[in-house]
Design a protein around this ligand. Sequence first.
Ligand code: SF4
Length: 325
Amino acid sequence: MSKALGLLSGGLDSSLAALTLKRQGVDVTGIVFVTPFFGAARARQAARQIDIPLIVEEIGEIHLDVLKNPRYGYGKNLNPCIDCHALMFQLAARHVFNGDFDFLFSGEVLGQRPMSQNYNALQAVAKHAGCADIILRPLCARLLPETPMEKQGLVDREKLLDIQGRSRKRQEAYARQWGLTDYPGSGGGCLLTEKSFTGKLRDLLDHQPDCTVHDVELLKLGRQFRLSPAAKLTLGRNQEGNEALQAALRPGYTLLHATGYRGPTGLVSGHPSETDLAMAAAIVAGYGKGRDEASVRVRLQKNGDERFLDIAPMSQDRCTLLQVV
Ligand code: SF4
């Protein structure tokens, strides 16, 4: 029995691709990658439903490097889909090259997405990943040249599919036929395709090209304020956000909280000057219960030290001007 490892996003297409192979007797395993922009929850659910094992790998740093400088550019937002797919294939291919699996597969459908799933893009992904000869696309394989896996008899080409185009009708029909009832709609699941997130990410990449996964994670934890080209404030929106920011404190970051008044926690990242920190303290005070006072004392914690700043709270209008949306 041949063994295949498939990129499992948790969407319908990758589940159907896995089932297409499983139903012809291939031993199928899924693999999913985790970054600040997408996680493994949907893939875990899909793997349970189609009853296949799942490998979960954390690739935040290496994916961020690709995101900062994608060879094939971005899609509609900040989604470097061709490079991202190629990276996933490249990482998955290591499991084939070390002998654990015979080949890779994915749920790509020819012509489904204008940027990432036209014929040239599929070829670019495979070539860029350096493993073109071991990638099978079960949903549209019969529209593509025969692969070495088909020639060697590891899979039966006659039992592979010939789906193409943007319509979901054939996938939905197969899902019904094969008893796949619970799957997420197409799209979603990747923050890089969401306009509301990519504005904040673009601001970070523009101002802090050396940003890390930790800096990216802050974008998800609260309101963002650009203090200067070198520094940024993240402000908690609620108790949960405040606690998340406290947990995100690490060397180089400054945690701020007004003393004597209830209000949000702030976290300054980047390379702040004293002026930046004073501005951050004024914003933290401006969002707290002491916003109408002439002066509020704000505690600053950094690298295990703490100090206090007495500061006039910033008005909401001025805060709004600094907010990154
Ligand atoms: S949508 Fe997101 S996860 Fe999917 S290929 Fe594009 S960048 Fe990667």
